[in-house]
Design a protein around this ligand. Sequence first.
Ligand SMILES: [Zn+2]
Ligand SMILES: [Zn+2]
Length: 150
Amino acid sequence: MEITCRCPQCQTAHSIDPIEVQNPVACSACGHPIPLTPSESIRKHNLVDVCPRCGKTAFYTQRDFNQRLGLGIMILFALIGLVFVWLGRPLYFYFSLGAGALLDLLFYVMLPEVTICYACKTAFRNVSKNPDHKPFDLHIADIYDNRSKG
Ligand SMILES: [Zn+2]
Ligand SMILES: [Zn+2]
């Protein structure tokens, strides 16, 4: 399992294996300790149930999709399409856009899922799928955002 969390002091993102590292982990940028308490289920079954950073139990899953890469593909295919327009074949412009969208979709379907903690936004990769974790729900996110503010 690999988790990505931010240092509470300097906000530097760290990718760590919560089972391999010592608790707490010292931030490599500022030395501030980052407490990590991996649960029994995380250590033994590679299954996320309790967040090792904040102790909360609400998570959502999403595809590990790079938005910038997706946009880059669309721009590239739009440019190819413009070449066709320049060559006097404007219809191919739409074909090219369609191909770009299809490629984006293909990438999206092939990508692995990442599990994210609602409360502290720590991301968990290479984990066993927990059927309790659903896609992002704005209502649940609202509850946790309000709590962290208060
Ligand atoms: Zn730090
Ligand atoms: Zn958390």
